[in-house]
Write a protein that binds this ligand. Structure first.
Ligand SMILES: Nc1nc2c(c(=O)[nH]1)N[C@H]1C(S)=C(S)[C@@H](COP(=O)(O)O)O[C@H]1N2
Ligand SMILES: [Mo]
Length: 364
């Protein structure tokens, strides 16, 4: 799977042909670099994890009890950093020198800004519960995670730079040349941040240390620039982020989705009472309902877990009397505005997969 190789979106024939020879070159670089980089990353990780993270100016309440403790196999409310999916165009994790680090805000602005690390972390720090999803996540896939982030509000900072009337896109650039652009209009009050913390720790190097963007509701490839170095105000008609000329959509809100975590597909189990459980998401609207269908039976409404925020995934579960035989189980979710996710099956290209997640199990 591409997350393990650390290479985004290059799975399968379609994406490979989209990547062409540039993709091949990236591959070679990664193969040559892997051994050295792995050990460097380990040393960097140790250093980062012992660094002191500033406290939030406005903390969120403590996390509620996690229903995953009651339902083995159910995704936890918060994804531990070590288990969080990982996607990047390279294995390299750029270094960080707090003395020389700078974040620039420029492009179509009246007031270009340059912030040092100290200036960035001296700003008010908020906590945000939000999930991150990869556009390459297939229906039922695992390229999604949920975290409590710590960071600086993006709308305040962009406001200070005074975007010109012509600007309609914010392009986040990383120190390694990656870019991701999203509409300026997405800053509609939602908690988009320059994140410096993830689940109470500094961002792990592979997740963007020292700073990355988190824009709730958008797929990572158009928003979540890791190793952030520059915010450039641009226009969609003249500037494209890294993945756009490679066949992916410039506009990419996260699609409503639901996933069955337990039971796992293709498993054989004993007859009796058990739980069907999983997660569902539709950031930033949230989830209002999850329904489960066993075989051709009626749609049954599942119990929903705590809602940390409408920008996170929501756990759900349903008791089930498993009877002997082969069964299919299907799930569908409804968003915060009452719209049920489409059953239309579509692949990940160009703006995210759709369709209901269905599993098959054998009960003996
Ligand atoms: N610098 C940089 N940032 C990046 C990427 C990248 O390749 N390079 N990939 C993006 C994509 S496609 C996704 S889905 C998310 C993944 O973030 P994670 O690895 O922390 O889960 O990061 C985004 N930010
Ligand atoms: Mo992604």
């Amino acid at each position: 799977m591409h997350a393990e190789r650390g290479i985004a979106h290059d799975e399968g024939v379609t994406r490979r042909s989209l990547l062409g020879s540039a993709g091949a070159l990236v591959g070679v670089g990664v193969l040559l670099g892997v051994r050295g980089l792995r050990s460097t990353t380990k040393q960097v990780t140790a250093k980062v994890m012992s660094a002191v993270l500033p406290k939030p100016t406005t903390p969120l309440p403590a996390l509620p009890a996690d229903p995953a403790a009651q339902y083995p196999g159910l995704s936890t409310l918060i994804t531990p950093n070590a288990d969080f999916y990982r996607v990047a165009t390279t294995f390299d994790t750029p270094g960080f020198d707090p003395a020389s680090w700078r974040l620039k805000v420029d492009g179509l602005v009246q007031q270009p800004l340059t912030l040092s690390w100290e200036q960035l972390i001296a700003r008010p720090l908020i906590e945000v519960d939000a999930m991150l999803a990869c556009v390459s996540n297939e229906v039922g896939g695992s390229l999604v995670g949920n975290a409590r982030w710590l960071g600086v509000r993006l709308d305040d900072l962009i406001g200070e730079a005074q975007p010109s009337a012509r600007a309609d896109q914010i392009m986040g650039w990383s120190s390694d040349g990656f870019s991701a652009g999203f509409p300026l209009a997405v800053l509609d009050g939602r908690d988009a941040i320059i994140a410096i913390g993830m689940n109470g720790k500094p961002l792990p190097p592979e997740h963007g240390y020292p700073a990355r963007l988190i824009v709730p509701g958008l797929y990572g490839y158009v928003s979540a620039t890791k190793w952030l170095a520059r915010l450039e105000l641009t226009r969609f008609d003249t500037a494209q982020g890294y993945w756009i000329p490679r066949g992916w959509s410039a506009m990419a809100p996260i699609k409503t989705a639901s996933r069955i975590d337990t039971p796992k597909t293709a498993t054989t189990m004993a007859a009796g009472r058990r739980a069907i459980a999983g997660v569902a998401w539709s950031p930033p609207l949230g989830i209002s309902k999850v329904e489960v269908q066993v075989d051709r039976g009626p749609w049954q409404v599942a119990t929903l877990g705590p809602q940390l925020a409408r920008t996170t995934w929501r756990q759900w579960w349903l008791p089930w009397d498993a009877t002997t035989g082969d069964h299919t189980i299907t799930v569908r979710a409804t968003d915060g505005e009452g719209v049920t996710q489409t059953r239309q099956v579509h692949g990940e290209v160009p703006d995210g997969a759709t369709g209901w997640h269905q599993i098959s199990v054998r009960v003996q």
